[in-house]
Design a protein around this ligand. Structure first.
Ligand code: SDX
Length: 428
């Protein structure tokens, strides 16, 4: 593999360095391209652009492979816990027993939020989407934790990382409780991370919540599957905001905004709403036809992916967890699951989806599973964000250990008006 390549512009030849990673595509280093050629590179949507060098997550879209720090997602979801995976993503290695004991007790001791944050929720209409609340309260953490907001201090970076991993589930559960008019439930250190989240969501003063181990175990898997995914839209948004050296809470808050979109983390909510709209297996052909119609903007939510041109490996694990949860909760005849299985079967044998390499992604089965667990559709993307906070933090910390880290400031191809003089309104 050559370590350089050439490009010719207006008869002049330029040499460009080629950088090779450990696995996956090499990159053409264009950092000096404008300085040397007077041209910008052009890649709207960043389909061919590597925004950074990273050691955290590797995806092979053609093979349907996903590695967190070199470990296959299938092994991690089967053998690890979400908190252990969060440690792996952030530190780069699986923790020893002592390291994990220290990390998980530190997280436990940061799960409570400042009591005044409770009043933020009262400003929202009861029916507000919980993500609208999360955008507000996660950013508001900046107002309470100025003692760990200095991004240039490694100690403060460590404290704010732990605070966010610990507090985001508490804020998420509070958003859920507020949206259904139930009292907030404080974190309880008797529980592990996922059990604590379930308890904060489903416990009520009148009735102690009994942890269902199958549900708690499925939530561990769901959080692991959603923890990180290379330079996806929300992680890239966090990286871009963090490049301005703003405090960590503000950087993570913008990740919530990007993730909320139905083309990204909001797809699980959209996928379940789509299954409800299809309503019955006999209506599937009509929706498949609409998804294939270039003049109809209907898309099969939960299908397709910018990187995976094969089955999303997370969707396979998600499908298994879905069956386990529905079985454990006596809902294995769930109508929506029947529609999902039939829809997947038809789509995977239809030329349109085969040609365009459109396979179910992680969002296709997660909605059915989360709904069976008792979460309303609006909470699906919030759970996605709770898990992805660990990935955002890992990328945020990686940036500060990267000497090439600088303010992200893309350029453009300008196609607007050339210079012209102002015209008084009476002359227009
Ligand atoms: C996530 O980036 C990540 O890693 C994201 C994520 C993560 O963990 O962070 O994996 C999480 O966001 C998963 C994706 C969830 N989104 C959805 O399920 C929404 C439905 N999917 C699509 O909107 C779409 O597939 C995208 C947005 C996910 C990806 O689309 P691209 O890469 O921009 O490709 P495209 O929109 O140009 O589609 C290519 C072709 C088009 O047809 P043509 O214009 O070439 O004729 O495929 C068609 C599209 O019309 N197409 C679909 C389709 N997805 C793409 N047609 C029908 N149904 C679909 N779902």
């Amino acid at each position: 593999m050559s370590d350089k390549c050439f490009i010719e512009i207006d008869g002049k030849k330029y040499e460009l360095p080629v950088k090779k990673g450990t696995i996956g595509p090499s990159v053409v280093d264009v950092r000096d391209f404008y300085k040397n050629t007077g041209h910008f590179t052009f890649d709207p949507g960043f389909t061919s652009t590597a925004s950074c060098q990273s050691n955290i997550c590797f995806i092979d879209g053609d093979k349907g492979t996903l590695l967190y720090r070199g470990y296959e997602i299938e092994q991690l979801s089967e053998k690890s816990s979400f908190l252990e995976v969060a440690y792996l993503l952030i530190k780069g290695e699986l923790p020893t027993k002592d390291q994990f004991t220290e990390f998980s007790s530190a997280i436990k001791n940061h799960t409570m939020v400042h009591e005044q944050i409770r009043s933020f929720y009262n400003g929202f209409r009861r029916g507000s989407h919980p993500m609208a609340m999360m955008l507000g309260v996660v950013g508001a953490l900046s107002a309470f934790y100025a003692d760990s907001a200095n991004v240039n201090d490694p100690k403060e970076r460590e404290i704010s990382s732990r605070r966010m991993i610990a507090k985001v589930p508490t804020l998420a559960a509070m958003a859920y409780k507020y949206s259904i008019g139930q009292p907030f439930v404080y974190p309880d250190n008797e529980f592990n991370y996922c059990e604590n989240f379930l308890n904060m969501c489903f416990s009520v003063p009148a009735q102690k919540y009994k942890i269902n181990k199958v549900v708690a175990n499925a939530l561990e898997k769901i959080f692991i599957l959603h923890a990180d995914h290379e330079q996806n839209a929300s992680t890239s948004t966090v990286r871009l905001a963090a490049s301005s050296a703003v405090n960590p809470f503000a950087s993570v808050a913008v990740g919530f905004s990007a993730l909320w979109g139905p083309l990204h983390g909001g797809a699980n909510e959209a996928a379940l709403n789509m299954l409800k709209k299809i309503g019955s297996v006999k209506n599937i052909p009509e929706y498949i036809k609409r998804a294939k119609d270039p003049n109809d903007n209907f898309r099969l939510m939960g299908f397709g992916h910018r990187v995976y041109k094969n089955y999303d490996p997370r969707a396979k694990v998600m499908q298994k967890a879905c069956h386990e949860v529905l079985e454990a909760l006596g809902k294995k005849d769930d109508e929506l699951l029947k529609i999902a299985i039939e829809l997947e079967k038809i789509a995977l044998n239809d030329d349109y989806f085969v040609q365009k390499k459109l396979y179910p992604n992680i969002d296709f089965y997660s909605g059915i599973t989360l709904s069976a667990m008792g979460f309303p559709t609006e909470m699906f993307v919030v759970l996605f964000a709770v898990a992805r906070t660990s990935g955002w933090i890992a990328h945020w910390k990686e940036m500060y250990s990267d000497p090439s880290n600088k303010l992200n400031r893309p350029r453009q191809l300008y196609a607007g008006s050339t210079k012209r003089d102002f015209l008084d309104i009476n002359k227009r």
